[in-house]
Design a protein around this ligand. Structure first.
Ligand SMILES: NC(=O)c1ccc[n+]([C@@H]2O[C@H](COP(=O)([O-])OP(=O)(O)OC[C@H]3O[C@@H](n4cnc5c(N)ncnc54)[C@H](O)[C@@H]3O)[C@@H](O)[C@H]2O)c1
Length: 312
């Protein structure tokens, strides 16, 4: 089976490619922005094809997609803080880029696995979102992802394109750019720098190990019903302050490294997913939160060469 993986040099995409390079004939299409790098693919370079291109470049996308059986569309601008200071590239990549991908998939009738996010639902005080919950994005990143998610749904309804959508919670694991909370705090702690916690640290996220997410995405690619979305959760809801303390304790660093900083504007209070629908397909997380955190922290400890050039 031939797959086109966009954003395959980024965090989740490269974990997916490393996991499935033996099983599928994979072409990665990636622009190599600040958070995508060839080092993420170095162990599988002889097994895959790599195309450096922008998902907004219709000609390059069409050339790469034409013999493929499925596209797994990860490519995106993914950092909420950056979307607050400059949303332009978020709209271009996440909305127009997804549109370019959908158009090419439609022309060549290629199954489309769209990687969306739980952030499109907004925030929830109690209970959990199902796939039927309304989309209420509250920052430019999540708004651009909601637009992309709806476009993907529209291509199924309007053109019958076989689209399946995954909406996962916050991922963590190896190769995540050290601007996201877990790798930022691990690398800061390793450098004895302060860990800047937003607001009172009580914002809650559900944490999902990246390998579990990649396995779920593969399952949705095969077993997902066209036109349907699937929530993928880890079942590990935790306030940011708790995860911060956990990282410090794993690294034997003092809690005095924690600094509370001015909150992010429009900071969503809590995310929570009901992921019973994908469980019915036969998936559930394989890794315990403790094991996954240990593997993640160990990876950053063992791979300073990877992240040191990325932190100032
Ligand atoms: N990280 C999470 O916790 C999380 C959770 C839910 C959903 N998602 C979604 O998963 C996908 C991947 O997220 P990630 O955390 O791996 O992101 P990332 O920022 O680590 O990687 C994004 C990749 O896309 C590439 N890219 C960016 N713009 C491009 C363009 N115009 N053309 C081609 N390639 C481009 C980058 O070079 C990079 O390799 C995104 O769609 C994101 O919205 C992420």
């Amino acid at each position: 089976m031939k797959l086109l993986v966009t954003g395959g040099a980024g965090f989740i995409g490269s974990n997916f490619v490393n996991l499935f390079a033996e099983k599928y004939d994979i072409t990665v299409l990636d622009k190599l922005t600040y958070c995508g790098c060839m080092e993420n693919l170095r162990d599988v370079m002889n097994k895959i094809t790599f195309v450096k291109a922008d998902v907004c470049d219709a000609a390059a996308v069409e050339k790469a997609i034409k013999d493929c059986d499925a596209v797994v569309h990860y490519a995106a601008q993914s950092h909420v803080d950056r979307s607050i200071t400059d949303s332009d590239v978020f709209i271009k990549t996440n909305v127009l880029g997804t549109h370019t991908m959908l158009e090419a998939a439609r022309k060549h009738d290629v199954r489309f696995v769209h990687i969306s996010t739980d952030e499109i639902y907004g925030q929830i005080e109690s209970g959990s979102w199902t796939e039927q919950s309304p989309l209420c994005p509250r920052n430019p990143y999540s708004a651009s992802k909601a637009a992309a998610d709806m476009l993907a749904q529209a291509y199924f309804t309007t053109y019958g394109l076989p689209v399946v959508i995954t909406r996962s919670s916050n991922n963590f694991g190896p190769r995540q750019f050290p601007e996201k909370i877990i790798p930022l705090f691990i690398t800061n702690a390793l450098n004895n720098r302060s860990l800047p916690v937003y607001g009172d640290g009580m914002n809650v996220r559900d944490w999902l190990y990246v390998i579990d997410n990649c396995e779920a995405i593969e399952m949705v690619m095969h077993k997902g019903k066209p036109g349907e979305a699937y929530n993928i959760g880890g079942g590990n809801e935790m306030p940011n302050i708790e995860i911060t303390k956990l990282i410090l304790s794993r690294l034997n660093k003092p809690e005095s490294l924690i600094t509370f900083v001015k909150d992010r504007p429009g900071h969503d209070k809590r995310y929570s997913l009901d992921f019973s629908k994908i469980k019915k397909l036969g998936w559930q997380p394989r890794f315990s939160f403790e094991d996954a955190m240990k593997q993640t922290v160990d990876w950053y400890v063992d791979n300073r060469w990877w992240w040191e050039p990325l932190v100032k």
